[in-house]
Design a protein around this ligand. Structure first.
Ligand code: PMP
Length: 430
């Protein structure tokens, strides 16, 4: 008999001392209803909650755990490093090795600065683009999430879309007025916006494959078109690769899509499950960062040795075993094809978007190519699907506005179980 009594008790207790009982909003299951699971441990592709239930994990800590949980080389490396102190606040050789490893894997990164989250990476990259160009405005895309720095919380996806938050109290109009937005995949709208703000736009920032409104793919020519606009108008093109970096390919979306960014931000996989982010790019731009230039950016725990060794070990595994990406893609395509079969048989309208090991389902009868089409899908049905899957031991993101992330510990049996659970769930909820 499936029970989550312990999670319920922990959630009640958590709400007494933590806002909403969680340290990041989407974890609260508020939009899908019900009780968030309190996790006790995880191994490989499986999560175990406080009641001892086992789940196949399609969140992977929202992306980082690409090799599976408690991946032994990573655990061992952390243990070995921890005995030498957990932080120095001074440079280490490991940070050089990390920077060199990143440069050897991804294109167009001459210099790279480590930070502690994806938010910090994107916030710093935007400040740098503004400092470099001397311009204030920037363009982001509706439904893209670039962390919770003030400038980005305009028409942002992820939790803001999940909770339908239109404007965020506490962010001044002065800040958000410089944030210009366009629909994803709408190149003509970008051209118009750039023309209307000629010489004023510092940067265009994009999730090159978007994962914060479900998974949304760039249409052919879209990213290439943005690159051309940026070149013509001396706009800094920023790829937010917090999700796609080291996930779509060892070289991230730049490699996968064969388009060059001027600046690129990383998070998630780069830290192997530890709090790590990074931003990097062309030397000419990166040299404006302090202490070389005056664009200030800093961090007490930046380049932290435990975080670095977890990230370094994860990236090394990915670099040394490129077949991981082929395996991940094969697994995701196998899942996608299986889901297609059972969804088609159910007769309910649906869309599956997939790229590499990112995939999502929207219950929609039209293609899902931007935020508007993602938002008009039947998200009530998604909620029911989520709960029907959860009680069958499948842990999906608790929102249709999130991508699923596959990890390489998943087996064919896990994927078959997920496909069967989907067939059963659809039967139950339709
Ligand atoms: N950019 C993207 C594309 C993201 O998906 C996220 C987090 N989901 C962020 C930035 C922010 O990263 P963090 O949560 O590590 O601050």
């Amino acid at each position: 008999m499936y029970s989550i009594d312990n999670s319920q008790q922990l959630f009640n207790r958590a709400q007494q001392s933590i806002p909403g009982g969680v340290n990041s909003p989407v974890r609260a299951f508020k939009s899908v209803g019900g009780t968030p699971l309190f996790i006790e441990k995880a191994k490989g592709a499986y999560l175990y909650d406080a009641d001892g239930n086992q789940y196949i994990d399609f969140i992977a800590s929202w992306g980082p755990m690409i090799l599976g949980h408690a991946y032994e080389p990573v655990v061992k490396a952390i243990q070995e490093k921890a005995v030498y102190s957990t932080s120095y606040g001074a440079p280490t050789a490991l940070e050089i090795e990390m920077a060199e490893l990143i440069k050897s894997m991804v294109p167009n990164v001459d210099l790279v600065r480590m930070v502690s989250s994806g938010t910090e990476a994107c916030m710093s990259a935007l400040r740098l683009a503004r400092g470099y160009t001397g311009r204030n405005k920037f363009i982001k895309f509706e439904g893209c999430y670039h962390g919770h720095a003030d400038a980005f919380l305009v028409k942002a996806g992820s939790g803001l879309a999940t909770f339908n938050i239109q404007t965020v109290p506490g962010i001044t109009a002065g800040v958000s007025n410089d944030t210009l937005t366009c629909a994803y995949n709408d190149l003509a709208a970008v051209e118009q916006l750039v023309a209307a703000n000629k010489g004023e736009i510092a940067a265009i920032i994009i999730e090159p494959v978007a994962g914060n409104m479900g998974c949304i793919l760039p249409q052919p020519g879209f990213i290439e078109g943005l690159r051309k606009i940026c070149d013509a108008e001396s706009i800094v093109f920023i790829f937010d690769e917090v999700m796609t970096g080291f996930r779509l390919a060892a070289g991230g979306a730049q490699h996968h899509l064969n388009v060059n960014a001027d600046l690129v931000t990383y998070g998630k996989v780069i830290g192997g499950g530890m709090p790590v982010g990074a931003f990097g790019g062309k030397r000419e731009i990166m040299e404006k960062i302090a202490p070389l230039g005056n664009v200030y950016q800093a961090g007490t725990l930046s380049g932290n040795p435990i975080a670095m060794i977890a990230g370094y070990t994860t990236l090394s595994e990915l670099k040394n075993n490129p077949s991981i990406y082929t395996e991940l893609e094969q697994k995701t395509v196998y899942l996608r094809d299986g889901l297609h079969k059972v969804l088609q048989a159910s007769g309910t309208p649906y869309v599956i978007n997939q790229r590499g090991s990112m995939i999502s389902i929207h219950f929609s009868d039209h293609p899902v190519t931007d935020f508007a089409t993602a938002a008009s899908a039947n998200n009530e049905l998604f909620k029911k699907y989520f709960h029907a899957m959860l009680k069958r031991g499948i842990y999906l993101p608790p929102s249709a506005f999130e991508s699923w992330f596959l990890n390489n510990a998943l087996t064919k049996e896990d994927l078959d179980k997920t496909i069967t659970a989907t067939a059963e769930s659809l039967q139950e909820i339709l």
